[in-house]
Design a protein around this ligand. Structure first.
Ligand code: PSV
Ligand code: MN
Length: 431
């Protein structure tokens, strides 16, 4: 086992904050009870929330221009797991880790699985990568992967995805996310219809290799690296492909993969309605696929997404589930701090959505009272549920204030000693 934060440091941190938390919690409990809401139900709800961590998010990200590595970055997948374990230790909300191959490829999957289990972590969806060429690879993806005109490049990309399924299976994962950068930079470069036909053809081979209890998640993205026409650019294309492929194919919504001002919560509602909402990559953005920390720019949008998820769960019951992950790039912060804060922001939206008075909302909708309907949502969104989140963490053995506890423990300085920078380390950074 690696370097979890010492229990006594965590307890010291919590001890200093507990009286204040109890007072804030009691005040909020009183306020909520006047609204007919039982705080304990919400706290229990917060305790069952989880969002998976992207292994690649543990390293400092970069932009097209530069990457400024931080001290003590993880240099391999085991060190990424160590960092993920600390994030889960403090937040108690991130037991899943989503790996990305070949960035995280290792030969000893049993050792990796054992390390994860020793930390109480499991492997969530695995991600394939055919948006880059890898050393020694026979066919280039410069002109596409699953959609390439070259049958050999397509076959190689399909093979890689099938390898990912096998690796994922050995690690106990149950799903594969496929995002491709394929598309065109010039009008006329690709035959738009033929590219999608080739995509479907490739995906059928990947779909056929899915184990019985697996799903494949199609991730759309408007643009980048293809700046004129991306093959899987939008939820319409992803939905159509998922329909064509069959019941094990679902759509994955990365919040940053839409044009500015797109109504993402409506996409969520549509996909849920037609049984094709598979999961999320949570992050935030201002302009494009900025991969900023979840909830840092537009927390109301995040809340509205969770409001749709709560609506879907209320309609469909326990069978309604989505695979939720963070997918962010941390350029100017310590990645562990960003991932912890982001997990808490996503959890906040989840709890706020549970606070929406759905009976009142339906009443306002049915009487066409637009103002009160909007106020009903705002009322939940404006409620500061921080004491609920902190109490949920504390009761689950985590930190009342994860970032403060992390800093108090001096984790980054300690791992910086143990992890001198290594050339060619797989610290990631491409998102
Ligand atoms: C693409 O921008 C993306 O969102 C996909 O999920 C990739 O797998 C990920 O970023 C990491 O590069
Ligand atoms: Mn993504």
């Amino acid at each position: 086992m690696g370097m979890l934060i010492e229990q006594n440091l965590l307890e010291q941190h919590n001890a200093g904050l507990l009286a204040g938390l109890n007072a804030d919690y009691a005040a909020l409990a009183g306020m909520l009870s006047r609204r007919g809401v039982d705080i304990e139900t919400l706290t229990a709800h917060a305790q069952v929330f989880s969002v998976a961590l992207p292994s690649w998010g543990a390293g400092t990200g970069g932009t097209r221009f530069a990457r400024f590595p931080g001290k003590g970055e993880p240099r391999n997948v085991f060190e990424k797991l160590d960092d993920c374990a600390v994030i889960h230790q403090l937040t108690r909300a991130t037991p899943g880790v989503s790996l990305h191959f070949p960035w995280d490829k290792i030969s000893d999957t049993a050792a990796l699985r054992e390390t994860a289990h020793s930390y109480g972590l499991y492997f969530d969806l695995v991600n394939s990568n055919t948006f880059q060429d890898q050393a020694g690879q026979e066919h280039s993806y410069k002109y596409g992967s699953l959609t390439a005109v070259s049958a050999a490049a397509r076959a190689q990309a399909v093979e890689h995805n099938i390898d990912c399924i096998e690796l994922g299976r050995a690690l106990g994962s149950q799903g594969l996310t496929v995002w491709i950068g394929d598309g065109a930079n010039f009008p006329g470069q690709n035959n738009l219809r033929a590219s999608l036909e080739r995509y479907l053809d490739s995906m059928r081979s990947i779909y056929a290799a899915l184990p019985a209890d697996w799903q494949v998640y199609i991730e759309h993205k408007l643009f980048e690296p293809a700046f004129y026409a991306t093959t899987i650019a939008d939820w319409g294309t992803s939905f159509a492909c998922a329909q064509q492929l069959g019941p094990k194919a679902k759509c994955l919504v990365d919040l940053g993969h839409h044009a500015p001002n797109t109504n993402i919560e409506m996409i969520v509602a549509r996909l849920a309605q037609f049984g094709k909402l598979g999961g999320f990559h949570f992050n935030d953005s201002k302009y494009g696929d900025d991969d900023l920390d979840s909830g840092s720019i537009n927390p109301f949008q995040l809340f509205l997404v969770f409001n749709e998820l709560a609506d879907a769960a209320a309609r469909e019951g326990a069978s309604f589930k989505t695979a939720n992950m963070l997918d962010q790039s941390h350029n100017v912060t310590d990645p562990i701090e960003s991932l912890m804060s982001s997990a808490v922001e996503v959890q906040r939206a989840y709890v706020q959505a549970a606070l929406v008075d759905r009976v009142a909302l339906r009443g306002f909708q049915e009487s066409n009272d637009a103002l009160q309907a909007a106020q009903t949502l705002k009322h939940a969104f404006r409620t500061d549920v921080s004491p609920i989140l902190a109490m949920a963490r504390w009761r689950s053995g985590g930190a009342i204030d994860p970032v403060a506890a992390y800093r108090h423990a001096g984790y980054r300085a300690k791992v910086a000693q143990a992890r001198p920078a290594k050339a060619g380390a797989s610290s990631s950074g491409i998102v």
